[in-house]
Design a protein around this ligand. Structure first.
Ligand code: NI
Length: 189
């Protein structure tokens, strides 16, 4: 099956509350998950929610690569996983800010506060319960993807919209700043 089109901010499905999945073992659902994985791989993301491909169901796929782990000792890598009907409970009031991007807001990123530590519960594709405690990047990805199921995109969680910007523009600014630093260091010698 060809990969699916990812809808971008502005599409009404991204503002809807998605419906619970009835049967996690439904072969049609499994085909959808396979196509979502292909779509996410092509787009180079680490998470994708069903509404982003135009399907209003409470289903997300996500992974936590070793290379993206935060300093938090409780942050843990996660192989590609499908979460069906996920429910998140924040553990404590602590929030942490971190950079987020979204395949529905291509090219952008911003600083988003999220619960530092969460408990989540969902069903897997075999219908069994998945239950975990997560921190750091793992907790962030789960919260970002599950927000899609409630019709929310990350800018609506931001407390400083001034940090919202284009990745390539930020990279160019950072490169210029580094060069200026390097030139200053040379001049200072
Ligand atoms: Ni997203």
């Amino acid at each position: 099956m060809a990969s699916l089109q990812i809808v971008r901010a502005g599409h009404p499905i991204l503002r809807q509350v998605a419906q619970p999945v009835g049967d996690p073992t439904d072969p049609e659902l499994h085909r959808l998950v396979e196509t979502m994985i292909e779509t996410m791989d092509e787009a180079g993301g680490v998470g994708l929610a069903a509404p982003q491909v135009g399907v209003p169901l409470r289903l997300v796929i996500l992974m936590v690569p070793e290379t993206r782990l935060s300093d938090d000792p409780e942050d843990t890598a996660l192989p590609l996983t499908a979460l069906i009907n996920p429910v998140i409970t924040p553990l404590g009031d602590a929030l942490v800010e971190g950079w987020e991007g979204c395949l529905s807001l291509p090219g952008l990123r911003g600083l988003v506060p999220r619960a530092e530590r969460i408990h989540y519960r969902a069903l897997g594709l075999d219908g069994r319960v998945i239950e975990r405690i997560a921190s750091g990047f793992h907790a962030r990805v789960v919260q970002h993807e599950c927000d899609h199921l409630d019709g929310r995109l990350y800018p609506s969680r931001m407390t400083d919209l001034g940090t919202l910007g284009f990745v390539d523009e930020m990279a160019r600014a950072a490169a210029e700043a580094n060069q200026a630093d390097a030139e200053e260091a040379v001049d200072g010698d």
